[in-house]
Design a protein around this ligand. Sequence first.
Ligand SMILES: Cc1cc2nc3c(=O)[nH]c(=O)nc-3n(C[C@H](O)[C@H](O)[C@H](O)COP(=O)(O)O)c2cc1C
Ligand code: SF4
Ligand code: SF4
Length: 352
Amino acid sequence: MTGRKLYLYFFSGTGNAKSVTTWIKNVASDLGYDVSAHDISDRERLLAYHREKGSTIGFISPTHGFNFPPIMLHFLFRFPNGKGQKAFLVNTRGGLKMGKYFLPGLSGMAQYGSALLLLLKGYRIVGMHPIDLPSNWISLHPGLKAKVIRSIFEKRKEETIMFATKILRGKRDLKALRDLVQDVLITPVGILYYFFGRYFLAKSFIASADCNICGQCIKSCPVKAINLVGGRPFWTYKCESCMKCMNHCPERAIETAHGFLTVVIVLVNTFVLYFVYDGLKLGGWLNGSGWLPYVSSIIFDSAVFLLCIFAAYRLMHFLKRFTPFERMATYTSLTRYAFWRRYRPKKHIKKM
Ligand SMILES: Cc1cc2nc3c(=O)[nH]c(=O)nc-3n(C[C@H](O)[C@H](O)[C@H](O)COP(=O)(O)O)c2cc1C
Ligand code: SF4
Ligand code: SF4
């Protein structure tokens, strides 16, 4: 076989995509490939991309908001053109387990959008495969139980090994295309997430009074999204909500501020939008029929919403220096309570 070189480029917030990368790497080594894996958040070391003739290239990343996260999308955009080289894409999704049933996540445009881009860049797509590892989105739901995480990992490790063996032996595996209809249908939500949703989520994290300013979250954030403002961690718009900081804080001091978000959502929907529409006399056109007013009103409402949340987050960060406000923000965060587990897959991978 020609092209026994394999380059794996991965991004991982909480370790799922990293595990998949390791499993593929092991398969490749067993099959005699000269394989290397590169964390794309370590961009300084990736200035020279590897694209030797005949090499195979794999991209592995979590799914965020029905797409690859911006860090991976930007990497793919900047990736140099191929010359007919083989490439494959793996998106780890948020899988769940109910009783004995394994529930899949949703890819949206993660697979088909990125595959199209790579095709346009001259690559030959030999693999498009989602891997449903445990959902790490603990801002949205409590972390899964250790037993469930372990069982999902065992199942998906086998699936990954089968996928890697197949494509590295020269066959194709385009499993992701089976979900194409549902993925295309969910795409508008993915677009809204990319332009608005992720900025909203960036303003959902707070550090409680348990934070001892150790700086670990600031140092380990893959996109350097946390700054010290007023001597305390402050999440900037660069945050991609990868969940790394929240899962690794040694003091378990990082919370998702559910109470704060609820107050902002209610205030914006009941007062702010009403006054803005009324004040700017926009109600008539934006409430009109047809797709243009409909799409425009979504964009307009989202923009107003983002402005409000940015201002409210700043204000809350300032007020949190006063104990009653700090308590209010922290104790109305569901993540504060023990039943809302964190997501620590590394512990479970080691046991396997
Ligand atoms: C902000 C955010 C958005 C997510 N969006 C999706 C999604 O659209 N579809 C999905 O299947 N899983 C989604 N997930 C779950 C993750 O993609 C999944 O748990 C992934 O395996 C995490 O990989 P990592 O540990 O390498 O970061 C989301 C998780 C987060 C934190
Ligand atoms: S890792 Fe935790 S304790 Fe350390 S600075 Fe960040 S929030 Fe504070
Ligand atoms: S701030 Fe936290 S959640 Fe946001 S990108 Fe950095 S590590 Fe991930």
